[in-house]
Design a binder for this molecule. Sequence first.
Ligand SMILES: [Zn+2]
Ligand SMILES: [Zn+2]
Length: 387
Amino acid sequence: MSRLTEAKKAVSALVPAASAISRRIFEKPELNFEEVFAAEALTEAFSAEGFKIRRGTKKLKTAFEAKWTGNKNGPTVAILAEYDALPNIGHACGHNMIAASAFASAVAVKRILGEKCGTLKVIGTPAEEGGGGKLYMIKDGWFKGVDAALMVHPANRNRAIARMLAVMELEFKFYGKASHAAAHPDKGINALDAVITLFNTINAMRQQTPNFSRVHGIITHGGDAPNIIPEFASAKFFVRGITVSDFEMMLKKVITCAKGAAQATGCRLKTVKNPIFYLPFEPNRTMGKVFKGYMEAVGLKDGGVAENLEIGSSDIGNLSQVVPALHPEFCVSDPEVVNHSRDFLKAVVSKKGEGAMFKAATALTATVCDLFTKPEFLKAVRSEFAS
Ligand SMILES: [Zn+2]
Ligand SMILES: [Zn+2]
C-alpha cells in the first residue's frame, strides 16, 4: 500500500472521533491559558489511544504532551495542537480544527508505523492568540530533543509554505501638564498632541519601511475632558517585520517617532515593550515540499498565494528558530472569508471545512510517517535548518 493510501485509510477510520473532538472544543471556547476543557478532552482522547500523558505545570496548566514511542532509537517528531479561542468571537481562528487534526494525524501515524515509529509527541501549546504559550514551553524545555515540529491551520486557501512576521506590542505613554483649555492653554503641555504627532510621523515614515513590514496602532487614552489640556495620553502599536533585522529596524524607527513626538510637544515619554514577542516564522521548505506533494495529491490544490503575502504572526515563529517547523494552511472557506471573522467561525464547523481538515490531516500523517521512515528526508530537513 502506498504511504498516501495508508494515511487516507487510517485517517478516515478516525473521522467520527476527531470530528467529535473538533465540535466539543468549538462549543466551549476558552481564552489564552484557560483552555482547561480542551486540554482535558485531548489528553483523555490520547490516553485512550495508548499515548503517555505529561500534564502542564502550575505556571502553564493547560499545556500537555501525549507521547508514544515505537522504537526508542528513532527520531522524535512533534505534532502541535493549539486550542485557544478569541475574545467574544470564539473559535473564529479554528483552533478546534488544529486540535482535531493533531489527534487524527498522531493516532493515524501510530497505527500505521507501530514499532517502526520513533518517538511521536503531540505537544499541546496553549495561548497562541497573543499569550505566547510556545515561548514559555520553549524556555521550559518541552521541545528539547524534538527533531521536527508540524501542525496544520485552517485558512481561506491552501498553502504548504508560508512565512510569518515578527511582532511586538509597544505602548507609548506621554506625560504633559493639565491646564484650563480656554483660559490658560499656554500653561499646559498637551499629551494628546504628542500621540497625534506620533501617528502622523509614523504615517510619514511608512514610505521608507522595508517590504512586508507593518505598524498599526490605537489610541488607548486621549484625555479626560475637552476643557482640560490632556496631561496624559497613550497609544498602543504592533510593530511587525518579516526578518529579525527588518523588525529591529521598524522598532527603532517607531521608537524614534515617539521620542520625536515627545520632544516636539514637550512631553515626557515612557515606552513599555511587551516582553512576549513573536519572532518571524521560517518554514522548513524541505518538509514543506513533501507536505505540498501529499496535500495536492489528496485534492487540496495550492491557492497560489506567495509565501510572504497575506501573513500574520504566531508563536510558532519562535519555535521555528530552534526546531525545524512547518505550519501549512488548509482551505475551509471562500477566499473572501478571513480568519477572526464571523463567517470563518461558521466555516470551522462546516461539512466542507471538516472535509478539508481530514485531507490536511492525511497529508500531515503521510509527511510525519516519512520523517520517521526515511532517514535521508530528516537529514535534509536538518541540514536546511542548520544552514
Ligand atoms: Zn488567529
Ligand atoms: Zn490561529
